[in-house]
Design a protein around this ligand. Structure first.
Ligand SMILES: [Zn+2]
Length: 341
């Protein structure tokens, strides 16, 4: 059983989840091929996971059987669970929410050793379609206010399972960091009449120093104030507020851009560890979102954020929140474009 505890000192939330402690350490299996028989995410081992919520499968295959290209299942080691009542209580001066929410695993591919390095355009397309389908479905649950979609690759990025997967955590509350960002985006919109992210993309196109690649619908660039070497932002050029609003052509364009971008990153960084997250805007009008919710589509912009975890952070970063980045975003972008010095 998990708790979502409110930190009254920092105006932030913490999930206390003892169940997560019992996760097996699968990373050690990465190089031991003979042990992948026991991997719950491999094709043929479907009975080792809870029943699938979504899958893209061959026409003649059956749910929870082989014959799939992507599967979504509940996380066995949930940080939060949908069966828990969505209630909160006070604990002296503290506030705590029951650990209500959804925690799902997107098994990106049936093949154990296929990382994003080996994905083709169809794998990216299926991955995006699976994420889109889950977000559209979960938006109907009005108890859920926020969805986080992320992927951890490698032990430095916090991954504990070597088989390529992404995760979805849906919560009844909105994290402080997200709320702060949306209030900030809304203030800019009210003051200027423009979306801040659209303005950022215009400046990137004007400066033309930090762009890596682009197509008709999407652009990838290293952000001006990148906190990490080779940090990359992928954003819509068409003002699409989120993946739920994308049509088939948008998904194809995004898959094509990712299929061009990721090999560039592997080319420069080798088998690097990274965190990847998709921006999903807050879903319900609540006491937390009432100030900006009516303008949510105008201020939201679909983005994917990729942060390579090459260096560990020290005391200065932990105590101040200011990260020292030893590689400029202009240099990162130049290398990712494949240009020589
Ligand atoms: Zn596997």
């Amino acid at each position: 059983m998990s708790d979502i505890r409110y930190n009254i000192l920092d105006d932030s939330y913490v999930i206390i989840s003892p169940e997560r402690l019992h996760r097996p350490e699968y990373m050690a299996w990465k190089k031991v091929k003979k042990k992948i028989l026991s991997c719950p995410f491999c094709e043929g081992n479907e009975e080792m996971t809870p029943g699938e919520i979504f899958a893209i499968r061959d026409r003649d295959s059956h749910p929870n059987q082989p014959g799939w290209s992507i599967r979504v299942v509940p996380n066995l080691y949930k940080a939060v669970q949908i069966e828990t009542p969505n209630t909160s209580r006070t604990d002296g001066i503290y506030k705590v929410f029951e650990g209500f929410g959804a925690h799902e695993v997107i098994i990106d591919t049936p093949k154990h050793f296929e990382t994003m390095r080996e994905w083709d355009k169809d794998t990216y397309t299926h991955w995006l379609l699976a994420i889109q389908s889950r977000i559209i479905d979960l938006r109907y649950d009005h108890r859920l206010s926020f969805i986080s979609i992320f992927k951890n690759e490698g032990s430095n990025a916090g991954a504990t399972q070597a088989h390529s997967h992404s995760q979805l955590i849906a919560l009844p509350i909105i994290p402080h960091k997200i709320l702060h960002r949306y209030n900030y985006l809304h203030r800019h919109y009210k003051e200027t009449g423009h979306s801040l992210i659209a303005n950022i993309i215009s400046q990137e196109q004007h400066d033309d120093k930090r762009i890596i690649n682009e197509n008709s619908d999407f652009i990838a660039f290293c952000p001006y104030a990148s906190a990490y070497p080779f940090e990359v932002m992928v954003a819509t050029k068409k003002g699409i507020s989120g993946i739920a609003k994308m049509d088939h052509q948008n998904i194809e364009q995004l898959a094509q851009l990712m299929n061009d971008l990721m090999p560039r990153m592997y080319q420069q960084l080798g088998n690097f560890d990274f965190n990847l997250s998709l921006c999903v805007s807050p879903m319900q009008k609540t006491f937390q979102t009432i100030s900006f919710f009516d303008d949510i589509d105008a201020i939201s912009h679909f983005m994917i954020h990729i942060t390579p975890r090459i260096y560990r952070h020290g005391g200065f970063e932990v105590s101040t929140g200011i990260i020292i980045n030893p590689v400029s975003p202009e240099e990162s972008a130049r290398l990712l474009r494949g240009e020589n010095a």
